[in-house]
Unconditional design. Structure first.
Length: 363
């Protein structure tokens, strides 16, 4: 057994050096001792196939591969099939424009003697060593998959996404969505997202620029706004491949004739969305002001020029609660008219009591 191992080692050394004939000479005696069905016999024959390929004897290499495709070991069968697929592949014709034809040059008789075959030294051609075809290492496959996944994530990010909410009344709001690409052009995610929204027959009107996408809804009720946000979430999930839960908007209104006291709660669950470099999500609310009672988690809101900006934290649950008044201008106007009328009547009555009656004509 030790002699067999040393012989196989010597054959591998000869194969690495490109001495294919020596490799075949070492392996031939071993073929009689080990059948192709044994593990050592399969190893010997695979080495011999490599040597035959090295010397250009593809027919003998194919014959050996045919004896190995029924081996009991799956790895041997797979290697044999892979080698057969390579050896049996038809040779493709070489186009004429791939090579340059050098014209034949006639030489003087005096010069031919200096280039006679006797003066030429035969140079031994050493072919590069080739080993048996092996399957891709599982570690290499995992690393390749991770790299492709990272590239996909990077391309899926690199965008700023801002959701704008504008409260127009006690049960009215307007939703708009702005997507800005940082990469300088549309990425596949943006195109698929726009197509998904179009297929959903959404009420959103789209305005597409070179790097920006703007989607805007008309003034709708809060119930319709929740359905619209659900459509946007489904479209984003289908385009990105991530599981994004739909946001929820709830309101509590109390009508005080002159206005409505509103409490608004927004719930955004981004716990299942992975953190992607370059991806920024923001929630912008219009015309609520800084003096309102804001409660936000996990990040604080900022206020500027009538806008309330809440940066959303990816991988966490984001919440916003705010209470504010929406005044009824018609009711306020009616109350002011009634108040002025009552004040005028009171002043007239008081004037009469003070002895200042209506003006009279002289007798």
């Amino acid at each position: 057994m030790a002699n067999t191992a040393s012989a196989i080692k010597a054959a591998e050394v000869a194969l690495d050096k490109g001495d294919y004939n020596l490799c075949i000479q070492i392996l031939d005696p071993l073929l009689l001792s080990f059948s192709e069905r044994t593990s050592i016999g399969a190893q010997i024959r695979l080495l011999k196939v490599t040597a035959y390929i090295g010397i250009g004897d593809e027919k003998k290499a194919i014959d050996i591969c045919h004896t190995l495709i029924n081996n009991k070991e799956a790895s041997v069968r797979q290697q044999a099939k892979q080698l057969l697929s390579i050896l049996d592949a038809p040779s493709l014709p070489r186009p004429s424009n791939w090579s340059v034809e050098i014209p034949k040059i006639e030489m003087e008789p005096s010069l031919k003697s200096s280039f006679s075959p006797a003066n030429k030294k035969k140079k031994k051609v050493i072919y590069p060593p080739t080993g048996p075809t092996k399957n891709l290492n599982i570690g290499f496959s995992i690393i390749t998959f991770i790299i492709i996944s990272l590239i996909t994530f990077l391309l899926s990010g690199c965008v700023n996404i801002s959701t704008n909410l504008s409260i127009k009344g006690s049960d009215r709001l307007k939703i708009s969505l702005d997507i800005e690409s940082i990469s300088g052009g549309y990425i596949p995610w943006q195109k698929e997202f726009a197509d998904n929204l179009t297929n959903k027959n959404s009420v959103l009107k789209s305005q597409l620029g070179e790097i920006n996408q703007h989607f805007e809804s008309p003034t709708i009720r809060f119930e319709e706004g929740n359905k619209l946000l659900e459509q946007i979430t489904i479209a984003a999930s289908n385009a990105s491949g991530f599981n994004i839960k739909k946001p929820e908007i709830t309101t509590n209104n109390k009508n005080w004739i002159i206005g409505t006291r509103q409490k608004l709660r927004i719930y955004l669950d981004l716990s299942e969305l992975p953190k992607i470099p370059g991806l920024k999500l923001n929630l912008i609310m219009h015309d609520l002001g800084k003096k309102n009672n804001f409660k936000t988690k996990p990040r604080e809101a900022t206020f500027e020029k009538g806008l309330t900006l809440l940066p959303l934290e990816i991988g966490q649950i984001n919440q916003l609660e705010v209470s504010f008044w929406k005044w009824n201008k018609i009711s306020i106007g009616i109350i002011m008219i009634i108040s002025i009328t009552l004040l005028s009547m009171f002043l007239q009555t008081y004037r009469l009591k003070m002895g200042f009656g209506f003006p009279e004509l002289p007798p």
